[in-house]
Design a protein around this ligand. Structure first.
Ligand code: PMP
Length: 379
């Protein structure tokens, strides 16, 4: 969609791009300054595979400070983005034929990585009626003796749904009955939380030994291009990921690691400012969507997406445009409304489309006006 949008832009059409999952803010100054200081101090050499000790230590402090989780620095592996941490963990955990459970909607990379590792993906559909969240009953019914891994994100990309402490505790109770399942908890949107507070499933009794916490700098610190992610996991798994990473990429960028130490150990004021902006944007977009006849929208508790259900338009048309599915809707909004989105089937839910709210209020106002007008034409 981003590519199509760029092509239309090149033809002189004014497209509002809501397709990208990337903060629109600059990396905060004090983090950039730490990177410049690192270059000047000569931190330009290879780094230890699992990360520089100062960053492992800073992550250990952060996990205690923010999540009340006790991880030793040697249970932490720094990598080239949360995506690599996911790839490391999935490759170390999944063997050919293992069942990998993924609640939908999900971030597309989970399923592709699981299949790449030889796993069989089993999707657990979660609809807007449960705020796109998995119930303990659903989880219990889905787990089989062959289930090896469960992967989810909270806050979730694409829905923005956030699991509460009680909801996670209830899922943890189910996992306790099925010790063969390891859990990957992707917490990359941790800081972009609009109220209920972030909770990790690793916090419950007996869970830490079987949970892999994935996190990174990309979203909360607007550092997507710096490519720093990390995992915290039982030592044996951290060691396996270290081994794998040693052959794939080695230790990640020295300068970005120094900058990440500064980001994690300094006050989170700049992050909180960004979160306030994301909240204002969410409020505007969700209120606007809810006023559009035929659109259903859940209220995201975090992240920077809206994931409205637009299935009531299936079968409707305007001129040559016929809307039979989410892809038709994304295309229609691009060509008729000049707003780009991503179709929900990319995330395992074909009733919805995803709008990113990581752009200015001005763009979001304009986009929602255009979407409302385009939808009103369909009959
Ligand atoms: N997990 C989720 C849910 C994401 O949305 C993303 C980025 N789109 C990532 C992981 C990857 O983050 P990184 O940039 O640190 O690789």
């Amino acid at each position: 969609m981003a590519k199509l949008g760029r092509e239309l832009k090149a033809k002189g059409i004014n497209i509002v791009d809501l397709s990208l999952g990337e903060p629109d803010f600059r990396t905060p100054d004090h983090i950039c300054e730490a990177a410049i200081a690192a270059i000047n101090a000569g931190y330009t050499k290879y780094t230890p595979v699992a990360g520089i000790p100062e960053l492992q230590e800073a992550i250990s402090i952060k996990l205690k400070r923010d999540n009340n989780l006790d991880y030793a620095p040697n249970e932490i592996v720094v990598s080239t983005g949360a995506k690599q941490s996911l790839a490391n963990a999935i490759h170390c955990l999944v063997d050919k034929g293992d069942e990998v459970l993924i609640p939908t909607p999900y971030w597309v990379t989970y399923a592709d990585l699981a299949r790449l590792a030889g796993g069989e993906v089993k999707y657990l559909p979660c609809g807007i009626d449960t705020d796109f969240k998995l119930t303990p009953e659903q989880l219990e019914a889905a787990i089989s003796p062959n289930s090896r891994l469960f992967i989810f994100s909270s806050p979730c990309n694409p829905t923005g749904s956030v699991y509460t402490r009680d909801e996670l505790a209830a899922l943890a109770e189910v996992f306790k009955r099925h010790p063969q399942v390891t859990i990957i908890s992707d917490e990359i949107y941790e800081y972009i939380n609009f109220g209920s507070g972030h909770e990790s499933i690793a916090q419950f009794d007996g869970m830490k030994d079987r949970v892999v916490v994935i996190n990174g700098m990309s979203k909360g610190f607007a550092m997507t291009g710096w490519r720093i992610g990390y995992m915290a996991a039982p030592r044996v798994l951290a060691q396996a990921c270290d081994k794998l990473q040693a052959q794939f990429t080695s230790g990640t960028n020295a300068i970005a690691q120094r900058a990440s130490v500064a980001a994690l150990l300094s006050d989170l004021g700049p992050t909180q400012k960004m979160v306030a902006a994301y909240r204002e944007r969410r409020d505007h977009v969700i209120n606007a969507l809810r006023q559009m006849p035929g659109v259903k929208a859940s209220m995201p508790g975090g992240a920077f997406y809206a994931f409205p259900d637009i299935s009531s338009f299936f079968g409707k048309s305007y001129g040559e445009h016929v809307i039979n599915n989410d892809m038709d809707m994304s295309m229609y909004l691009l060509h008729e409304g000049h707003v780009s989105s991503v179709c929900g089937s990319a995330f395992g839910n074909g009733d919805c489309i995803r709008f990113s709210t990581a752009t200015s209020m001005e763009n979001l106002h304009e986009a929602m006006t255009r979407v409302a007008m385009a939808l009103a034409k369909l009959s």
